[in-house]
Design a binder for this molecule. Sequence first.
Ligand code: ZN
Length: 97
Amino acid sequence: MTRLLFWIALVILVVAAIRSKLRAALARAQGPSAGPAPASSGGNANAKAWSRVEDQSETMLCCAHCGVYFPASEAVRADGRDYCGTAHAREAHQQAR
Ligand SMILES: [Zn+2]
């Protein structure tokens, strides 16, 4: 009998954990304005999470040769212009001559 109660308690705990995770994921997907913000501490945590997301986002640059957008950290600078790779920087340089 105690075994059955143990398994029931385990299932309830697992379901509760999954539901709380799903709710957190939904709140994140909906954004800080759409999601429920009951407590000030919870809203603060949400804002912190969003500022972290903004920190991770990177500036996108347009390749001066092919026009493709790419992260600024991968940019190859040549002749004062940004390129998506060394190949396009070289090609643009050769065409300019
Ligand atoms: Zn390019």
